[in-house]
Design a protein around this ligand. Structure first.
Ligand code: PLP
Length: 387
């Protein structure tokens, strides 16, 4: 008999966070019965323009800086705009990216390499952290950009972005920082130092999917990647989606109000969850021990294939993510786990549990019990533990 559980527990906030009720409320007037093209000169257009500008202000305030906010369709487009935009058209020169960047940075860099741009990869240690001193060795007179993420989406490691900026700026090189995962949890003005370009995404912070931003703080020569309109000073043409932008602004305001308390509360919850998993499951380790996102618990359950565990937990009503994926019958560890040199046996049993502002203690405790049970069940099924 199949038992479907209704008490589902969502612990996959690094994938996406639910739309916050106050964000939905702020968006509602701009979703229904109102024309809202911020470029129109009439009163309706001007009203839309005013709220778009307000949202720009909310995002700049999140970064604690005077900044030019360029709205994009999400974090992916913001990253693409930074990496491709900084190398000009036709692309030329040299860039450096870290070894643990999101594919939204790594894949445009790969495309640039195919077009003749030199791309160097800044290595990371076993915790996934880059060394600013190692960057110094890679910089060249023709380096156009250094791209380093603030926090890793899988293992949660925070990067020494401020120090990276110091090294790069000493050589006159601008820095792009993908702060998509850090935005809900970190004091961005402190973490990002003097980063010149910052990528953000609304749906990771309780806003709607489909809207992000590249925030320009320094004077970076940026070639637009879309052409065909003058909106946003031509940096990213296309009619701005007013309702999504209003939602993004409301989500940024919510983060400013709630982050200081939530990051402490959730860090404690995550630490208790990690400790209970280590205690409840034999041959289990935390993947990294460096300073990391307060909401992210990344664990390796040896001998327990992560994709099977995620599927089992889904049936048990817990939404989490694996660190490895099965393609055509072969299971591959994620490139991030490869970059930190994780033992392949550990990597195959990697699980990411990511908490959010809505996660309460009872859910974390219940999810932990279900995870301990599921790890045991999967290990028995694959023969790691005798039935
Ligand atoms: N950068 C990081 C670090 C991410 O985690 C993600 C999404 O998972 C993105 C970029 C892409 O953001 P979006 O989903 O808004 O395109």
């Amino acid at each position: 008999m199949l038992i479907y559980m209704t008490d589902r527990i969502y612990l996959d906030y690094n994938a996406t966070a639910p739309l916050a009720p106050e964000v939905a409320e702020a968006m509602r007037p701009w979703l229904q019965g109102r024309a809202a093209n911020p470029s129109s000169v009439h009163a309706d257009g001007r009203a839309a323009r005013a709220v778009v500008e307000q949202s720009r202000g909310e995002l700049a305030a999140l970064l604690g800086a005077d900044a030019e906010v360029v709205f994009t369709s999400g974090g992916t487009e913001a990253d693409n705009l930074a990496v491709l935009g900084a190398t000009g058209w036709p692309p030329a020169g040299h860039i450096v990216i870290s070894a643990v960047e999101h594919p939204a940075v790594a894949e445009p860099a790969q495309r640039l390499r195919q077009s003749g741009v030199d791309v160097d990869v800044l290595p990371v240690d076993a915790n996934g952290r880059a060394d600013p001193a190692a960057l110094r060795e890679l910089l060249r007179p023709d380096t156009r950009l250094v791209s380093i993420m603030a926090a890793n989406n899988e293992i949660g490691t925070l990067q020494p972005v401020a120090e990276i900026c110091e090294v790069a700026h000493a050589h006159g090189v601008p820095v792009h920082c993908d702060a998509v995962q850090a935005a809900a949890w970190c004091d961005l003005p402190q973490l990002l130092g003097a980063a010149d370009l910052v990528s953000l995404s609304a749906h990771k912070i309780g806003g709607p999917p489909g809207i992000g931003a590249l925030v320009l703080r320094g004077s970076v020569d940026l070639t637009p990647q879309l052409v065909g309109g003058g909106q946003q000073k031509g940096r990213r043409p296309g009619t701005e989606p007013t309702a999504l932008i209003v939602g993004f602004g409301a989500a940024a305001r919510r983060v400013r109000n709630r982050r200081p308390e939530e990051s402490g509360r959730v860090a404690e919850l995550a630490a208790r969850t990690a400790a209970a998993l280590l205690e409840g499951c034999p041959t289990t380790r935390l993947t990294v021990s460096a300073e990391r996102l307060p909401n992210t618990v990344h664990v390796c359950f040896r001998g327990c294939p992560g994709d099977a565990l995620v599927a089992r937990l889904d049936l048990d009503g817990v939404a989490v993510s694996a660190g490895s994926a099965c393609h055509s019958g072969v299971t591959h560890a994620s490139p991030v786990l490869g970059a930190i040199g994780l033992d392949p046996e550990d990597a195959l049993g990697a699980l990411r549990i990511s908490l959010g502002y809505d996660t309460v203690e009872q859910e974390a405790v219940e999810a932990t019990a279900r995870i301990v049970g599921a790890v045991d069940a999967v290990r028995r099924a694959v023969g790691t533990v005798s039935p």
